[in-house]
Design a protein around this ligand. Structure first.
Ligand SMILES: [Zn+2]
Length: 412
């Protein structure tokens, strides 16, 4: 097989495009493939598809998959047409997306690599600049987000995650059902979340059945502003409520431990994590040790029992029964004579409507923790993304569940 036929086939070229010439440049270790159109082609406008008269042509080059160790470049004089509506425009070529200096296959290969390695490492691997690789990543995300626009998620989660230093956050909106990141915004203000809702159509907003979140006023108000019947859809899920209850137990433990130590007793020494670990995840030995602690008359044991009772109140299907269960919990917590417990009870009472929503809507936020830790991994891999835009882009790239690959457009 001649090299021209070989390259026509491996590039998957179809009429009107064909390989005219293949050059092997030994000194620069390069293969240059010259592609030309057949004569007499009627070109169409890439925007409207209208057949349009030729105007001129421009020399373009695209990096392609290497031929063995040889860097391979596709070169073509690409026609420009004069569309009656869109003016002078470059026609689409079937091997690359508009504006890219890479063929679709090469760009796809870079995307595959970026899934596994840092931008820096991929740039070295392909002998390309950091900016060129970053450009592929940005285009991939843009493409993926555009393809996803029409989708209509029903169960959302919104959460904050640390961006750089402490107290610097980004807001992350996730699709609860498939665990993919839908939106990343600076800060954790009402506007951070509103920007996502504003990107949705009225139909998409109406299709939302639940928004799981922490009891955070900014997220509550953004959801109330944009989502119809928000008061029935905002859900303070078990994952977030458990954090408040865990902090509550820990506060009681710290206070009690201090008092006991002052009296020369160390019953609570080294027990911090015993109280915070789910007993189902303990070894038998840990369980035995912990049983003695939780059956004791310690205040911490009482706070722990109050927490565990709250953790058992997530199975109801009926609003009425859920309300009764939580009312019993509140009554107990308020009578506990433990300040941190009473304080947490007040927070829960104020937000009970949203907790009941989470219970009856069966909202569970199981993805939240893993998405959070995956975001932190992305951040550490890139040595802490000093630029928020890049950090956001990397989150979409790795966790957005996006269709990132360029498609091979056709023209003829
Ligand atoms: Zn046109």
């Amino acid at each position: 097989m001649r090299d021209i036929d070989l390259y026509t086939q491996i590039l998957g070229l179809r009429s009107p495009w064909k390989v005219a010439d293949v050059q092997l440049l030994r000194d620069t270790e390069e293969v240059r493939v010259h592609v030309v159109p057949e004569p007499g082609v009627t070109w169409t406008c890439p925007h409207c598809g209208r057949p349009s008269p030729g105007y001129d042509s421009r020399r373009r080059e695209w990096r392609h998959l290497d031929t063995c160790q040889y860097k391979t470049v596709l070169a073509a004089d690409v026609p420009r047409v004069q569309c009656s509506e869109h003016g002078v425009v470059t026609v689409a070529v079937p091997w690359a997306e508009p504006g890219s200096g890479f063929t679709a296959l090469f760009e796809s290969l870079i995307i595959d690599w970026l899934k596994e390695a840092s931008t820096q490492a991929v740039a070295q691997q392909f002998r390309l600049s950091w900016n060129a690789i970053d450009g592929v990543m940005q285009r991939a995300v843009k493409r993926g987000l555009a393809r996803r626009e029409a989708q209509s998620p029903q169960y959302l989660s919104v959460d904050e995650t640390a961006f750089a230093k402490r107290h610097e956050y980004v807001t992350v909106v996730t699709d609860q059902q498939c665990g993919v990141v839908l939106h990343v915004a600076d800060d954790r203000k009402a506007e951070s979340l509103s920007a996502y809702f504003e990107s949705l159509s009225d139909e998409q907003k109406a299709a939302i059945k639940a928004v799981a979140m922490d009891m955070w006023p900014a997220y509550i108000s953004a959801t109330e502003t944009h989502i119809p019947q928000a008061h029935e859809k905002i859900a303070f899920d078990k994952f977030h409520v458990a954090k408040y209850l865990g902090d509550m137990v820990d506060k009681v433990r710290r206070q009690e431990h201090r008092l006991l130590l002052a009296a020369g007793l160390d019953a609570l020494k080294g027990t911090k994590y015993d109280w915070l670990t789910n007993p189902d995840n303990m070894t038998r030995e840990q369980q035995n040790r912990f049983r003695a602690l939780r059956d004791s008359s310690l205040k911490t044991a009482r706070a722990w029992a109050i927490k565990e009772f709250a953790m058992s109140l997530w199975h109801y299907s009926s609003r009425t029964w859920a309300g009764k269960g939580w009312a019993r919990w509140l009554a107990w917590a308020v009578r506990s004579r433990l300040e941190p417990v009473k304080k947490t009870a007040a927070t829960i009472k104020k937000h009970l409507w949203g907790i009941i929503n989470a219970v009856v809507l069966k909202v569970h936020n199981g993805h939240a923790e893993s998405i959070n830790s995956r975001i932190q991994r992305i951040k550490s891999r890139a040595r802490g993304y000093r630029n928020r835009e890049r950090f956001r882009n990397a989150i979409y790239f790795h966790l957005g569940g996006l269709d990132l690959y360029p498609c091979r457009v056709s023209n003829g």
